[in-house]
Design a protein around this ligand. Structure first.
Ligand code: ARG
Length: 122
């Protein structure tokens, strides 16, 4: 709970850093760093609680179990809600609902219908 998180002075986030733009690994000064939308969101939560953020990279399939057992405080991993998962852990309100599109110039709209049509496009 929040009290024990604040007592520990850190919020332990579990994620699976193989899912850009939500989370992925970058090399920074020869060191691996986990970045992404979920990490930034978790950082904001940690800031609000006045604690450090500790990010743990783990297999996506182990996240729910890790939340259940308290190995991590929260998980953010671009995870969708499902009935099956909701039986095991508590989901927040959604922070992202995806609907995204590829844009091409109007002039090319008719000629670009498939991936192959993008070849040589200017
Ligand atoms: N959105 C999908 C799900 O909830 C895939 C998420 C995968 N995330 C990851 N960090 N590898 O099952």
């Amino acid at each position: 709970d929040v009290e024990s998180i604040q007592k520990n002075g850190k919020l332990v986030l579990g994620t699976s850093a193989d899912f850009p733009p939500f989370e992925w690994i970058v090399m920074k000064d020869g060191k691996e760093e986990i970045v992404g939308v979920d990490i930034e969101l978790a950082q904001k939560i940690a800031d609000e609680l006045g604690v450090e953020l500790e990010v743990r990279n783990m297999g996506f399939d182990t996240l729910i179990q890790s939340v259940k057992t308290g190995r991590i405080d929260i998980a953010l991993a671009g995870m969708n809600q499902s009935e099956e998962r909701a039986k095991q852990i508590d989901f927040s309100t959604p922070y992202h609902k995806g609907e995204s599109y590829i844009l091409v110039a109007k002039d090319n709209a008719d000629s670009v219908q498939t991936v192959e049509d993008l070849e040589g496009l200017k």
